[in-house]
Ligand binder design. Structure first.
Ligand code: ASP
Length: 441
């Protein structure tokens, strides 16, 4: 068995966390390939090393002195090195080199990536694993996208030779020969690339929560966890704001048929959440998860006999396209179609869009409805269960929530409900209660 294990910033924030991580790795000899993030927050209000490095770059770019700030970063690593009692190991030379490089030619991606690089060096030393620098194994093309072919081939060769290795997350080599990072949270992507290249049996992603929760814990107190979720369900929930994993981390493992297991460094015995392509496992509840967001706007376009006018929908959507606005949903009625957009993208351009709709599609009326929140109730179990929609709407009506919009995709994987922003939390609670709290298992 081959396991690729990625540890997030909070799992590696200090020496105590590092020790937990090492125990986890040593507990299973299949955990051969380790992808660390940079040290994260040790307590509420603390600063992540990546953020310290970005601030440091900004100073360097303005020509300000960075020596003191560099020492602050170094202190974080020195404390880890001391706490782990790594006697003959130091990062003096590395810090000298990083400071010199940043003074000479400040580069944002280079600066940001050093958090992972330095953590990887410590981790490799502590575990006695080989250090494999992603600057030699992860490549971007001219457009700044991952060069998957070259990356997979090189990574596979390099890691097969190494046997056991630590590969820092978050960065690789740009086409211009300079270090390039993924977007924030990108160590997840590195882990996925490594797992995909090696055809690993599982990609374990270790963080500080025991996997995905059925609902947002800021709205529901102690929500239950999700045991198994499919990639498609995850996509629906992440789109609606549930976030544990970087979006780009799905593709490399999904295309190789590798499951992801989200695990908790602080509670390693918890099973966590399995993210899989497909599963015969029945979900525990009819629904897999609930997620939602506020701040949407519905543009209601009415025209009598719209249903028989060929090309009407295209013309309406063209108006949004011309203003460079992407639409989120589009429920339609007999003589109406509604285009749901993000309020912050739309409001500045609303008059432009409305006049373009009039010009192109000659509707009877265009109305704009603001302060809309969308809630997605997602679950592969809905397809085979009768009455799901009925239960949702009766729960909402009992909670006195007025439903403003409904959209059920034909995949029957989710039902999207639009409510007023002010009813958002009440609605999520009502749906959670009806499916989870009062569910007879
Ligand atoms: N350290 C980087 C960040 O803070 C990448 C990561 O943690 O995944 O965004």
């Amino acid at each position: 068995m081959k396991k690729v294990v990625k540890f997030g910033g909070s799992s590696l924030a200090d020496a105590k966390q590092f020790k937990k991580v090492a125990d986890i790795i040593r507990a299973d000899k299949d955990r051969k390939f380790v992808v660390p993030s940079a040290p994260g927050k040790r307590f509420d209000g603390d600063t992540k090393v990546t953020d310290m490095l970005i601030a440091l770059y900004e100073k360097a770019a303005k020509g300000e002195d960075i020596h003191e700030d560099m020492l602050e970063v170094k202190k974080r690593y020195d404390e880890i090195i001391e706490g782990l009692e790594l006697k003959n190991f130091s990062l003096e030379t590395e810090f000298f080199e990083i400071e010199t490089n940043l003074k000479k030619a400040p580069n944002l991606d280079y600066a940001a990536s050093r958090g992972e690089y330095l953590n990887g060096r410590i981790m490799a030393e502590y575990l006695d694993y080989e250090f494999v620098d992603p600057k030699d194994t992860i490549f971007f093309n001219e457009e700044g996208h991952l060069n998957s072919y070259k990356t997979e081939k090189t990574m596979k060769e390099r890691l097969t030779k190494a046997g056991n290795a630590v590969i820092p997350g978050f960065y690789g080599m740009g086409k211009d020969g300079k270090i390039k990072t993924f977007s924030r949270g990108g160590s997840d992507v590195t882990g996925s690339i490594v797992a995909g290249a090696l055809q690993a049996d599982v990609y374990e992603n270790w963080t500080d929560v025991s996997g995905f929760l059925v609902a947002d814990p800021r709205i529901i107190k102690n929500p239950v966890g999700i045991k198994t979720i499919t990639y498609r369900e995850l996509r629906e929930l992440s789109y609606m704001g549930a976030s544990v994993l970087h979006e780009d981390a799905i593709f490399p493992v999904r295309s190789a048929g590798i499951p992801i297991n989200i695990k908790n460094t602080n509670a390693p015995e918890d099973e966590g959440t399995w993210i899989v392509e497909s599963t015969g496992q029945k979900p525990e509840y009819t629904i897999t998860g609930i997620a939602g967001k506020k701040g949407f706007c519905a543009v209601l376009v009415t025209k009598s006999l719209m249903n028989s006018e060929i090309g009407f929908g295209r013309k309406v959507l063209q108006a949004f396209e011309e203003s460079n606005i992407s639409f989120e949903h589009m429920p339609s009625g007999i003589d109406t179609m509604t285009v749901v957009v993000h309020e912050d993208e739309f409001l500045d351009k609303e008059q432009q869009v409305v006049s373009t709709i009039h010009r192109l599609a000659q509707p009877d009326a265009v109305e704009i409805d603001t302060d809309l929140a969308l809630i997605a109730v997602v679950g592969r179990g809905m397809r085979s269960t009768r009455g799901t929609a009925g239960r949702i709407f009766s729960a909402l009506s009992h909670a006195r929530v007025n439903v403003r919009m409904i959209d059920q995709g034909s995949s029957e994987l989710n039902i999207i409900i639009g409510v007023e922003n002010k009813d958002f939390e009440t609605a999520v609670k009502a749906i959670y209660d009806i499916f989870v709290e009062t569910q007879v298992k």
